[in-house]
Design a protein around this ligand. Structure first.
Ligand code: GBH
Length: 458
C-alpha cells in the first residue's frame, strides 16, 4: 500500500558522485592465473578453521572472467563511479621486484570497459591482499613494506594514469591492524594486541609514499578509505568515558590525525616504532579528499571485574582478557544479518564530528563504503538501511558537512573475509554454484535513486 512507502529522498547536489565498491580478493577469484602470486588471504584461508566452512578466495564471484558482465550491471545501475581494488600480488607477484604485465593487463581492460560505459574508475591500491612473500617476512610490521607498496603504486599509475585521475591508496588500515595483526581474526592471523601498532604506522607511511608516487604520475584526485564510527560511552561515568575515549583514539584519531594534522594523538607515541617525525611529513601529504567507510557506532565501557579475567565474544570477534575497554551491545536497534546494529544518525554525528575536530585541515569527504548484510533477492531491509543512511547524510550536508560522494558496499555478494560466503552485502545476488548474477530489489531501488537524484560524470 502506498501509505507504507517512504517519502522520496531529499535532493543531493547536482555533481554529487554516486557509486558502488568492491575489492579484488572478495570478487576476482582466478588466484593463480596470468602470473598472479599468492596473497596473505590465500595462505590464511589454507589454514584449517580460519574461515567459515573452509571458504577461500580461489573463485569467489569469478569477476576476473566475468568483468564485462559486471560492468554491464554497473551501467544498468547508472552509477557515475566504480570503486574496485587492484590486487598487489597480480601486479607484483613477489611483492617487490618484477612487475607482471599480464596482471596489469586485466585492470587495463577493466578501466577501458568502465570508461566506455561512462563510469569513472576509482581504484584502491591496497585492500588487505598483501603479497604472501612479503607477509612471510613480517608484512606490514616491517618498515620496508611501505617502500615496496609505493613502488607497486608507481607501476600501477604508470600503466593506468593516462586514463585514471581518481585513486585510493589504502582501505581501512585500522581493520587490518586490529583484526589481522592484533586479534588474529583476519589474515595474517597474528595475535599481537598493542604490539600490532607498528603495522598501523607502516601502512600510513606506505600511504604517504604512494601519494607522492601517484602525484609524480599526474594523479589529480587522491584519497584514502578509512574506517570510522562514533564511539559512545556506555554511561557518563568517568571510567566509561575514559575507556570510550581510548577506543576512539585507536579506531578514529590514530588513523585520521597523522594524515590530516601531521601528528599522532597524545598517548600513542610509546606504542609506535622508533622516531616518526620525518615519516609524519610524508604521511600528511595533502589529499584531494578523505574517504570514510561507515558501518555503525560502537558503545564502549570500562572493563568490569569479570571482563578482565576471561576472553569474551563481541559480534563474533574473540577479545582477549585484560583490554582497557569493553564493547557493550547497543540495545533497541534493528540488526543486520551480521548482527550489527542499524544506527543511521551516527553517520550524521560522525561527519559533523570530523568537521568540528579538523576544521580547515579537512579536505572534502567521500563515503567510500556503507552497506549491510541481508539474505534474499527481495531485500527490503537493505533498501530501508540505505534510504535511512542517505537521509542521515543529507542531514549532515544541511548542517555544513562537505561530502562529495557516496559508494554502496557492495555491487556483488562476495567473499566476506572470515565469514566466507555467509554475509551477503551485494545489490546483486551471486549464486556461488552457477555464478549467476541476479539484481536484488535494492539494485532497482538504488538505480532509481541515482536516476532521480542525478549525477554528473567526471
Ligand atoms: C569493510 O570492513 C571492508 O572494507 C570490506 O572489505 C568488507 O567486506 C565490509 O566492510 C563488510 O564487512 O563492533 O563487532 O559490531 C568493515 C569493517 C569492522 C565494520 C567491524 C564493522 C563491526 C564489528 N568493520 N565493524 S562489531
Amino acid at each position: 500500500p502506498s501509505s507504507d512507502r517512504p517519502s522520496p529522498l531529499p535532493r543531493f547536489p547536482r555533481d554529487f558522485l554516486w557509486g558502488v565498491s568492491t575489492s579484488a580478493a572478495q570478487i576476482e577469484g582466478a588466484v593463480d592465473e596470468d602470473g598472479r602470486g599468492p596473497s596473505a588471504w590465500d595462505a590464511f584461508a589454507a589454514e584449517a578453521g580460519r574461515i567459515k566452512d573452509g571458504a577461500t578466495p580461489r573463485v569467489t564471484t569469478d569477476h576476473y572472467h566475468r568483468y564485462r558482465e559486471d560492468v554491464a550491471l554497473l551501467k544498468e545501475l547508472g552509477v557515475g563511479a566504480y570503486r574496485f581494488s587492484v590486487a598487489w600480488p597480480r601486479v607484483v607477484p613477489e611483492g617487490r621486484g618484477a612487475v607482471n604485465g599480464a596482471g596489469l593487463d586485466f585492470y587495463d581492460r577493466l578501466v577501458d570497459a568502465l570508461l566506455e560505459a561512462g563510469i569513472a574508475p576509482v581504484p584502491t591500491l591496497f585492500h588487505w591482499d598483501t603479497p604472501q612473500p612479503l607477509e612471510a617476512a613480517g608484512g606490514w610490521l616491517v618498515r620496508e613494506t611501505a617502500a615496496h607498496f609505493a613502488a607497486y603504486a608507481d607501476a600501477v599509475a604508470a600503466r593506468l594514469g593516462d586514463r585514471v585521475p581518481h585513486w585510493i591508496t589504502l582501505n581501512e588500515p585500522a581493520e587490518l591492524t586490529l583484526l589481522g595483526y592484533g586479534l588474529g581474526q583476519h589474515a595474517p592471523g597474528r595475535h599481537l594486541l598493542f604490539d600490532a601498532l607498528p603495522a598501523a604506522h607502516h601502512q600510513l607511511l606506505g600511504h604517504g609514499l604512494a601519494v607522492q608516487a601517484l602525484r609524480a604520475r599526474g594523479a589529480t584526485s587522491i584519497g584514502i578509505a578509512n574506517s570510522h564510527g562514533p564511539t559512545w560511552p556506555a554511561s557518563n561515568s568517568p571510567a566509561d568515558t575514559e575507556a570510550a575515549d581510548f577506543y576512539d583514539l585507536l579506531l578514529n584519531r590514530l588513523f585520521a590525525e597523522p594524515i590530516l594534522l601531521g601528528r599522532y594523538p597524545e598517548g600513542i607515541a610509546a606504542l609506535l616504532p622508533g622516531p616518526v617525525a620525518d615519516d609524519l611529513k610524508t604521511i600528511s601529504e595533502p589529499l584531494d579528499w578523505y574517504g570514510i567507510n561507515y558501518y555503525q557506532p560502537t558503545r564502549i565501557g570500562a572493563p568490569e571485574a569479570d571482563d578482565s579475567a576471561t576472553a569474551s565474544d563481541f559480534s563474533g570477534i574473540r577479545l582477549p582478557a585484560g583490554l582497557p575497554f569493553a564493547p557493550r551491545e547497543i540495545e533497541g536497534r534493528p540488526r543486520t544479518g551480521f548482527g550489527w546494529p542499524v544506527v543511521p544518525e551516527a553517520l550524521t554525528e560522525l561527519l559533523l564530528t570530523f568537521h568540528q575536530r579538523y576544521g580547515t585541515a579537512l579536505p572534502p569527504l567521500m563515503i567510500t563504503e556503507n552497506g549491510c548484510a541481508y539474505d534474499g533477492i527481495d531485500d527490503p531491509e537493505r533498501i530501508a538501511f540505505l534510504d535511512a543512511h542517505l537521509r542521515a547524510l543529507r542531514t549532515a550536508l544541511d548542517a555544513g558537512a562537505d561530502v562529495r560522494g557516496y559508494f554502496v558496499w557492495s555491487l556483488l555478494d562476495n567473499f566476506e573475509w572470515a565469514e566466507g560466503f555467509h554475509q551477503r552485502f551485494g545489490l546483486v545476488h551471486v549464486d556461488y554454484t552457477t555464478l549467476r548474477r541476479t539484481p536484488k530489489a535494492s539494485f532497482h531501488w538504488f538505480r532509481d535513486v541515482v536516476a532521480a537524484l542525478g549525477w554528473l560524470p567526471t
